[in-house]
Design a protein around this ligand. Structure first.
Ligand SMILES: Cc1ncc(COP(=O)(O)O)c(C=O)c1O
Length: 434
């Protein structure tokens, strides 16, 4: 608390010479009384106390400082492709700008893009989805907010995995609903099991949020498993939200299925142009929703966002064309090779990767053999060896001190260098290589 009395201390009172000064004097007097009574001003929403900052942001800040000091930092912390957006998409974006496509669009997205996404499902995935059910959003983040607004009332519960994508519970909290985290382990393939769903489902549960491949584990949900979970949730009158934002980044040559829509057309799908399509900064994603949701989601989208970015939507039309798809596909293969390279490097250092990721670009590594907690491990690694990784505590609480996430969104040479530095760290710390 600061006392607002001196004309020099606080900004408002300093305007003594303006005609406003009597009001400012009164305001400051009242605020002082308010603060003396033990209140904070301005008052911010209590929900902020539940929103924890990403530890990785502080580590990234440290990385920047080290780099400014001329140090070469190996980045395993960044959850976005290191590749630039594919050329054909950039060209389409430039054309859209030049053509003046800079206005609001329809709230659910331009019809051409909704139809193009529907065609992607028909051609690439082999499922028929009418374009009307596709909602273009401001990234998957915008989609998540729309889904929470659509599905959850205050006090409702949504089941989600721990570890999982950390922002999910913030979106749920924003609509005053309750995220219920369900611990998952490598033994359960880092996915919620049927018995977990049954055990954690309460009278307040409205549905379950799944992700395949998942962040931070890269774990995919098997087709039958998804079918069973979905049948159980639907049978209880609940819904299933499936985050498929890493859909294109699956490493099996013949995946069991390409989209949850193949398993059940009533699953609500969340997807994005950020990862496989390499468009993180364009802020564009999409949902596939039930026809019955369209009226509600249109009202929400109109009010919350007016429309997704017009330029990004026009650019994204090119994302599905063969020239761009070839580039995305080559990058997927590159990520697969990097996954193997990093996993081998970790194994050579004696680390356990309890579950080799089926997709996405993350390795969730058990560091318990170092005897350090994940955050200490991450700080020592960046400070002493300039290798940046994300502690498990950014993804939940379950076994979080025991795990760190390595993102292989970094060049091959840096992956080798990172493993080499980690080996040196272990030797210097007297831990040895397993
Ligand atoms: C699992 C998952 N869902 C959603 C998002 C949000 O993605 P965006 O808003 O960039 O589409 C991310 C971002 O990292 C993610 O990992």
């Amino acid at each position: 608390m600061g006392f607002r009395a001196s004309p020099n201390s606080k900004g408002a009172y300093a305007t003594r010479t303006s005609s406003q000064w009597p009001y400012n004097l009164l305001k400051n007097l009242l605020l002082n009384l308010y603060e003396i009574a033990g209140n904070e001003w301005p008052m911010y929403a209590k929900r902020l106390t539940d929103i924890t900052p990403f530890r990785v942001m502080e580590l990234m800040e440290r990385a920047k400082l080290l780099e400014a000091d001329g140090k070469h930092v190996v980045h395993f912390e960044v959850g976005e492709p290191d590749f630039a957006t594919a050329g054909p998409i950039v060209t389409a974006g430039e054309r859209a700008l030049a053509a003046g496509e800079t206005k609001y669009t329809q709230a659910l997205g331009i019809p051409q893009l909704r139809e193009r996404i529907a065609r992607f499902y028909a051609d690439e995935v082999g499922v028929s989805v009418p374009a009307e059910r596709i909602v273009v959003t401001s990234g998957a983040s915008g989609g998540l907010l729309l889904l929470c607004g659509l599905m959850l009332d205050p006090g409702d519960e949504l089941l989600m995995s721990d570890p999982g994508y950390p922002c999910n519970e913030v979106f749920v909290g924003l609509v005053n609903a309750i995220p219920r985290r369900v611990p998952v382990t490598a033994q359960s393939h880092y996915q919620i099991q049927l018995e977990d769903l049954v055990e954690n489902w309460t009278a307040r549960t409205r549905g379950v949020l799944l992700a395949s491949p998942a962040n931070p584990t890269g774990a995919v949900i098997g087709r039958d498993h998804l079918a069973r979970l979905t049948a159980e949730a639907h049978g209880r009158g609940g819904f299933v939200l499936l985050d498929e934002i890493y859909q294109g980044l699956i490493y099996a040559d013949s995946p069991e299925y390409r989209s949850g829509l193949e398993v059940d057309q009533d699953i609500f799908i969340l997807n994005s142009f950020s990862k496989y399509f390499g468009m993180t900064g364009w802020r564009l994603g999409w949902l596939v929703v039930a026809e019955s949701a369209l009226s509600g989601i249109t009202r929400l989208a109109q009010n919350l966002f007016i429309s997704p970015s017009s330029i990004a939507q026009h650019a994204a039309l090119a994302a599905f064309e063969p020239a761009a798809m070839e580039i995305h596909e080559a990058r997927r293969q590159k990520f697969a090779a990097r996954r193997n390279m990093l996993a081998q490097g970790m194994a050579s250092l004696g680390f356990t990767v309890p579950h080799l990721p089926d997709g996405a670009f993350y390795l969730y590594v058990d560091i318990s053999r170092t005897g350090m907690k994940a955050e200490e491990f991450c700080w020592r690694l960046i400070d002493e060896y300039q290798v940046a990784v994300t502690p498990g505590s950014d993804f939940g609480t379950f076994n979080a001190d025991q795990f760190v996430r390595f993102a292989y969104t970094t060049a091959d040479e840096d992956i080798h260098l990172g493993v080499e530095r980690l080996g040196k760290a272990l030797a210097d710390w007297g831990i040895g290589c397993g």
